[in-house]
Design a protein around this ligand. Sequence first.
Ligand SMILES: [Zn+2]
Length: 115
Amino acid sequence: MAPAAVLAATVLSPFGVAFLATATFAFGLVLGSFANVVIARVPRGESIVHPGSHCPSCEAPVRPRDNIPVVSWVALHGRCRDCGWSIPARYPLIELTFGVGVLVAAVTVYAFLAL
Ligand SMILES: [Zn+2]
């Protein structure tokens, strides 16, 4: 085994592996959330920084608790808290795609190192 795999196998408990997998998946969700910003704004020539996250319909700022990838969309039943605008399902789907993709990429790199 490669040194990195030996290190991981000797240091990480099953809980450590589960934590790393969860953190990697969550990192992917956050990347997917940022991808949604890029996908929505860049074609319109808008900044990806300013203004902060807001509803495209009523322009109300998105509260931090309503800005958690996937979780907030589910909690809000896919609707804006302020105006009820139907938030397209592509938002959580893109976030999930990035979450799974980053996790698969990380596992692939780990498997490659373990050979
Ligand atoms: Zn709204």
